[in-house]
Design a binder for this molecule. Sequence first.
Ligand code: GTP
Ligand code: MG
Length: 334
Amino acid sequence: KTMPKKFLNPVEEGKLSGDMRELYDRILPTKDSDERRARFVQKLERILNQQWPGNDIKVHVFGSSGNMLCTNDSDVDICITTPLKILERVCLLANALADHGMERVVCVQHAKVPIVKFWDPELQLACDMNVNNTLALENTRMIKTYVEIDERVRPLAMIVKQWTKRRILNDAALGGTLSSYTWICLILNFLQTRNPPVLPSLHKKPHELRAGSDGRRAGFNDDLERFRGFGKPNTETLGELLFNFFRRYAYDLDYEKWVISVRDGRLISKEGKKWHLMQNNRLCVEEPFNTNRNLGNTADDTSFRGIHLEIRRAFDLVKEAKLANCLEQYEFPA
Ligand code: GTP
Ligand code: MG
């Protein structure tokens, strides 16, 4: 068996980095998209507080609209917080939203986290909304902090996300692949384990964790000013990082042995965590805020094999600096 290519030559590197820059500029959300998202939040706050006055309903954005990794066509993930417990029965919310002109309103009451899905025809936005499920606000803030530490994180993550969408590798619920959140954890851990690292582990050194604005201790160190520029000693370019990202997950990582841990900023032993006994444990990705959860368990053996083959395909194209081919839309076999 031949060893996978270790380096890009300078010509390939220049082409790949240049193409990545160009793609990144194209998929960055426009000012108009940002503005519609901001107006959408205000609009929802108005509608909901008008419908249930005096209940202090707040509208929070999470997911990609809050972590700087969205494109123009990303949905808006919304968490509303309110002491009015009855709204946790999301079908009530669904009715109110339909009354205010929202379309394609669907309430999913019996999910792990009940949500309402809908489309705003005025602002042209799709939305997933939950009530009082504030955990996702924290992981959104964590991702945003990582994105702001080093300027290479945003383009790299947006391009990898784009690739997962084109290759249909990002539907944990329907396709048995991985959520955007899981993919982002794979990217963050890759950047934490470069030598020298591009990112620190914000969950480490708990004695240094600061109290949040509400006096609660955050689960991770969110002192952005302290970490900004952390990755400076690492001089890899975007092209080199994309090449090495795919190389790591295509060939270098021993999936039998390791759990990917953003919390620890390294790989940890599967056996040590007793995860070698779990179901759907080919790909092990520790949930940074709940270390008992394996985010990779949405993929069974067959699905994992498919994902792994796709990563190898991506590596084989990126190593020839063929970014456009790498991102070609997957065509289902006839
Ligand atoms: P796109 O919508 O694909 O642009 O990315 P996204 O980051 O918004 O992902 P998605 O809409 O799938 O999920 C929204 C947010 O929900 C994520 O950013 C996480 O904060 C949270 N989330 C999604 N899946 C999980 C999960 O399995 N575990 C946890 N703890 N949070 C999740
Ligand atoms: Mg989203």
